[in-house]
Ligand binder design. Structure first.
Ligand SMILES: Cc1ncc(COP(=O)(O)O)c(C=O)c1O
Length: 467
């Protein structure tokens, strides 16, 4: 799910500075001091111990293992609305929302009804189905850059298709990405930037061949000069600039408006494509994604998460002349056995139907802002430095003085040790937050003001005790 955050636990100086297990032990000792009843996790522990024997690290995707905050993960039994329930019967107010898709709330009744109906006709056709047209029309109508779309099964697959497409279309191989931005786990994207302004990419994970990343250049987010420099050094060779238009994989980091506008100008001037990876931000920060929120239109967009309504879906889309390069309309090959399957299409359609109602994003942002204001005030009251932000239904904070403009700021300034303690203490009191300070938070339509007020009250109690 989140390579950036997972690798942070291995590579960042702030992560290396403390031992998560020790923090967990210290947090558990805090139980006795708290007014709020705290949870126990007996069954979760048992199931996770068994899982570790069966699956690498006990999980199907790395960040779920809680490595960067310490302690073991809780094992979920079921989810509904704003809540998750673990196998020990503990209830959590959930701000992870299955990493973004659950924007209506978990297991929305209308989405469940729609999938149940659709399932009666079968789960996969491997042939064209009208539901693909229906979802495609909705995506095209909503997202300013998208005139045609190709559905995939995950965000990673969408990004893999996208990178091949930008290279095929431009006849160039080099791409620019940004330090701390995650675009799925395909080889070309697993590049860790050095501390300099712009460095030539080197493989970030064993098993990624140098040849796969040597055409990947890393620039610094919110730093146009770092991008210009790479363009100057690689004239007529850059196929595309690819970014998260609001970063959610280095923690929550907003782009400067001038940064996005500058990228649009630079790419145009150099005959390169601008790609917004909206796997996280698409239908999340606004119905038309970050491109609508900021009024900057890229050439190509990747999507996922929300457009699948909780089922596995990804998509990439863009201008017609670009998308017509994709097979079988054009020569660029990309395929998928389960792509466009009726269940996922129907879940996406039903989700977008509900999201397209007036006022939805204003309400999501109001609630996210209320949560952030409450947590910020509590942190300040108890003497903790904090910097926070919101965009539509996405939010986040770092325990440090702001601003945090990019991954280097997050890595160098934010207090990872404090975050780990905070995470465990919130969890033990019924608030489920992403288990890494390099992740964003997600608000859903199902969260009530009472849920948010309860979260703020718990945060106040935790922050009062947090050292
Ligand atoms: C911006 C971005 N791109 C791509 C991906 C990869 O998507 P998936 O996990 O569905 O493969 C993610 C996943 O979190 C993401 O946040």
């Amino acid at each position: 799910m989140k390579f950036a955050a997972a690798c942070c636990a291995l590579t960042l100086s702030c992560s290396a500075a403390f031992a998560p297990q020790q923090i967990y032990a210290r947090n558990s000792a805090l139980h006795a001091d708290t007014a709020t009843k705290t949870y126990s996790f007996t069954k979760s522990e048992e199931i996770f111990q068994e899982a570790k024997e069966l699956m690498p690290g006990g999980v199907s995707s790395p960040v779920r293992a809680f490595k960067s905050v310490g302690g073991n993960p809780v094992v979920f039994d079921r989810v509904k609305g704003a809540y998750a329930y673990d196998v020990d019967g503990n209830q959590y107010i959930d701000y992870v929302g299955t990493w973004g898709p659950a924007i209506l709330g978990h297991a929305d009744d209308d989405v469940l009804k729609a999938i149940t109906e659709t399932m009666q006709k079968g789960t996969s056709f491997g042939a064209p189905c009208p539901l693909e047209n229906e979802l495609a029309k909705k995506v095209i109508a909503a997202v300013p850059s998208v005139e045609m779309v190709r559905f995939t099964n995950s965000g990673t697959e969408a990004c893999m298709g996208m990178i091949r497409l930008v290279r095929a279309y431009t006849g160039r191989e080099k791409i620019i990405k940004f330090e701390g931005c995650y675009h799925g786990h395909a080889d070309s994207f697993l590049v860790q930037a050095g501390s300099g302004v712009a460095t030539l990419g080197l493989p970030d994970s064993p098993g990624v061949p140098k040849s796969a990343t040597q055409a990947t250049y890393c620039a610094e987010y919110n730093n146009l000069e770092s991008v210009k420099q790479i363009f100057e050094e690689n004239k007529d060779e850059i196929a595309a600039v690819i970014l998260e238009p609001v970063v959610g994989n280095s923690g929550f980091i907003k782009p400067d408006q001038a940064f996005l506008e500058g990228l649009r100008e630079i790419t145009k001037a150099h005959g390169a494509l601008l790609v917004f990876d909206e796997v996280m931000t698409g239908f999340r920060v606004a119905y038309g994604g970050a491109q609508q929120y900021f009024g900057v239109t890229p050439d190509v967009t990747t999507m996922g998460k929300v457009i699948g309504g909780g089922l596995p879906v990804g998509a990439y889309g863009g201008r017609r002349d670009i998308m017509e390069w994709v097979a079988p309309a054009g020569p660029m090959y990309q395929a998928g056995t389960l792509s466009g399957n009726p269940l996922a299409m129907r879940a996406g359609i039903e989700t977008l139907n509900k999201l397209s109602q007036p006022g939805v994003y204003e309400e999501l942002e109001r609630k996210a802002q209320k949560l952030i204001d409450g947590i910020t005030a509590a942190a300040e009251k108890h003497g903790h430095a904090i910097t926070a932000g919101v965009a539509g239904g996405m939010f986040g904070w770092f325990f440090c003085e702001g601003p945090v403009k990019n991954f280097a700021d997050a890595k160098n300034k934010a207090d990872g040790e404090k975050f780990s303690k905070w995470h465990r203490m919130m969890l033990e009191r019924g608030v489920y937050l992403a288990p890494s300070m390099y992740e964003a938070g997600f608000m859903s339509m199902a969260h009530t003001d009472a849920d948010i007020e309860k979260t703020i009250a718990i945060a106040d109690e935790v922050l009062a005790q947090l050292k």
